[in-house]
Design a binder for this molecule. Sequence first.
Ligand SMILES: [Mg+2]
Length: 357
Amino acid sequence: MKTGGTADRHTVVAIDDEEGDLAVIDALLSDDYEVICTSSGEEAIRILEACPTAIVLCDQRMPGLTGDEVVSRLRVLYPDSVRVLVTGWAELDAIVRALNEGQIFAYLRKPFDAAALRATVARAVQHQQVRLENRALLEEVRRMRSLMDQVVRERTALLEEENRALKDLSLVDELTRLNNVRALRTGMKDDYERCVRLGRPVSLLMADVDHFKRVNDEHGHAAGDAVLKRVADVLRTTIRGADVVARYGGEEFVVLAPGSAEAGATVLAERLRGAVEAASAPNPGPAGGTLAVTISIGVAGAAPDEAPPLDEVLRRADEAMYQAKKAGRNRVVTWSDVKRVLATKPQSTFIARSPAE
Ligand SMILES: [Mg+2]
């Protein structure tokens, strides 16, 4: 599609029912512009199809479509054209209509003043060039922006993927900053097996926050989180140098005590239980104040002569912890206690824990 004219020459479409006036326009402009003359508005509209950014000089008084009607139609059909209305005297109404409906760039009076005609057309061309350049720049900016959006989207997706991968590799529980189950399954398992291999005693503590569901139900999950963090902090600061603590999941924590037989681990467990009982968690809920918190702990030791797999020790510590709950909570029960009672009073004291619980 031809836009404004050939090469450097812009197209001017002159519309006038008087041959003489068209001849004047052609004579004044054809040195600098591609001038197309027509005597009818309908014809001009057809011509603009081939050069939609043309400068249009349109006479007001014509048979058929009047000038303001022609520029109004061109404004709708070819909004990129620059329209100039040419009027005689006393045609103010037509000029106002052409300004409003045809959004004309300027109007000229007849008879033509050569300098004014040339100057108006030159300004119209300049206006057109600036407008087209602005549009090209705007399109470039839009293109760049969408390109950048695309890059940002791709980078964000990549980062999210990397974050997910890192999270999967993470050995740290996000809430409590303790080791997580993955750490328990790797590093802590290694520690446990090293003790077994070297014939050293090793014990495992399973701690569970008492009435945790009640905290969540009564004070909200933020309070539950505060309790878990507090317990985690107390456990972390109360264990001894070689001990390792992990969040086992939910409100359960595991402490591995390398070098400690069950008796020593029970002393540690009692110390941990007491420290948690002595501490309290700030209540972030509407009630404010502090939340009392206690834990029940099960202890299971692996003696050098009888060293089951870590999962079995976990199961025993869990069973002992369950019995601590049953016996009233906020207490320590050892696997030895469980075994002893099971041997002497199998029916009455302890009831086997079903998998559903
Ligand atoms: Mg006329």
